[in-house]
Design a protein. Structure first.
Ligand SMILES: Nc1ncnc2c1ncn2[C@@H]1O[C@H](COP(=O)(O)OP(=O)(O)OP(=O)(O)O)[C@@H](O)[C@H]1O
Ligand SMILES: [Mg+2]
Length: 424
């Protein structure tokens, strides 16, 4: 799948998911308001019935002239202005609400209609209404006095949660939709990851083909000359051709070995042959291997070995390869005269080895990919410096296997420093 195709799919799918989510949100709010209206209606009817019955007992006007007011979303007021009996009001309310299947907790109060003071108040819990744990009622009216005129108020403190609880179906459908969104996001993430890996692998194969072709061509040309006209060649040229074939063959062997090594590392667990290794000795030896390349470019490598505990328990071959990989990079990615410094230091976890160069450096945005297999910092279509993008992933694998770690510090055009920590 091409990149633009993936982008189109991503955009279309995201747009449709956003549309679906918005539709769900609109339906959710509509469903809530319908449920709320139904709730209000049930409460209004129940309170009207209670008011009618109360007013009938005291012989006042009917509730038709005194409709139920909704003061707030969960607060209902019947302005009865009548000398009603609190006990009767409470009983009737309980009965009417129960009849309309309103089993939620509510607070019931009677207010003095003259000065709005609370004269009787009671909290009635949800379904356990009949339980003895009901809190005591607030009673302020004095027995035996002339009956006062009351207004009746009812509050449903948990109205919102009750309505939300009744919208069960909507929660299931919203949950299902969110699952679809999550699944989609995960799938897209995987596709993009696979796509990136596929691109890296294509680059790798192109690199590999190119890298293998050069020595094969050189060996082919040299052996062709040797085969056709060996007698016309001076001993000096003859030995030059032999040397060329030998060195190109060595290059080929080293490259094939590296690729095979990475391939086998992928298929099975890395087996380490641990022994006591002197990191300082290993560093001196490994930097010797780089010396010919540095000499050719008049470069320099400085060793600043300050650690007092250079002995570690490690696989010397793998650690040496990893160190060489860092030195190889430091030389490869220094377009000017290479200037490399290796430092060691004691740290709490073991020994810290830093390989610093003053080469091209690496932009911050690319640094997090460096240790991925096949990754090479993009430099447009042309890579002046050849490589497979395997070196640093190998370094990371080796450090992980030793329970150490590797980090990078770098600034573009200023140089790079790789820090390895190996436990003692
Ligand atoms: N010292 C460095 N300075 C600047 N860039 C670096 C340095 N080391 C690594 N890089 C960048 O990180 C990339 C990955 O490095 P890595 O060693 O894994 O692969 P490579 O050098 O390209 O190939 P290989 O090591 O397999 O031959 C390189 O392609 C390069 O872009
Ligand atoms: Mg490398």
């Amino acid at each position: 799948m091409s990149r633009s195709k993936i982008q189109i799919i991503l955009v279309l799918a995201s747009v449709s998911l956003v549309a679906l989510l918005s539709a769900q949100l609109v339906w959710l709010t509509k469903a809530y308001s319908v449920e709320e209206k139904a709730f209000n209606h049930r409460v209004q009817v129940a309170l009207t019935t209670v008011s009618d019955q109360l007013l009938a007992t005291v012989g006042g006007s009917t509730s038709a002239q005194k409709p139920i007011k909704q003061i707030a979303s969960n607060y209902y007021l019947a302005e009865l202005n009548a000398p009603i009996d609190p006990a009767q009001a409470e009983r009737l309310l309980q009965q009417e609400l129960g009849r309309r299947n309103l089993q939620e907790a509510y607070e019931f109060g009677l207010y003095n209609s003259l000065d709005d003071t609370l004269m009787f108040g009671k909290y009635v819990p949800a379904t356990q209404r009949k339980l003895a744990t009901t809190p005591p009622a607030v009673v302020r009216h004095e027995e035996g006095q002339a009956p006062k005129l009351y207004n009746m108020a009812v509050v449903f403190p948990n109205k919102t949660s009750v309505i939300l609880g009744e919208m069960e179906f909507w929660w299931y459908s919203t949950g299902a939709l969110l699952l679809v969104v999550l699944f989609f996001a995960y799938t897209m993430f995987q596709i993009l990851r696979e796509k990136r890996l596929a691109e890296l692998k294509t680059d790798f194969i192109n690199n590999l083909t190119h890298e293998l072709q050069t020595p094969i061509t050189n060996i082919g040309l040299a052996s062709e000359v040797l085969r056709k006209r060996p007698e016309t060649l001076s001993p000096d040229r003859l030995s030059r051709y032999h040397d060329l074939i030998y060195s190109e063959n060595e290059r080929l062997r080293a490259q094939v070995e590296r690729v095979l090594q990475m391939a086998t590392m992928e298929s099975r667990e890395l087996v380490l042959k641990k022994e006591t290794v002197d990191v300082h000795a290993l560093l001196k030896e490994t930097s010797q291997n780089l010396a010919p390349r540095l000499q050719q470019r008049a470069g320099q490598l400085r060793l600043n070995l300050q650690a007092t505990q250079p002995l570690v328990h490690a696989d010397s071959l793998h650690v040496a390869n990893a160190l060489y990989s860092l030195l190889d990079n430091a030389e490869k990615y220094s377009p000017q005269v290479p200037d490399i410094e290796i430092t060691t230091q004691d740290v709490a976890q073991g020994i810290l080895i830093s390989v610093r160069d003053s080469g091209i450096g690496i932009k911050q945005e690319f640094q997090k990919f460096l240790f991925d297999k096949f990754y090479r910092v993009p430099t447009g279509n042309v890579h002046n410096v050849k490589g497979f993008g395997l070196g640093l992933s190998y370094v990371k694998a080796i450090m992980d296997a030793h329970h150490g770690h590797v980090t990078v510090e770098s600034a573009e055009q200023q140089g790079t420093c790789f820090n390895l920590v190996l436990p003692n």
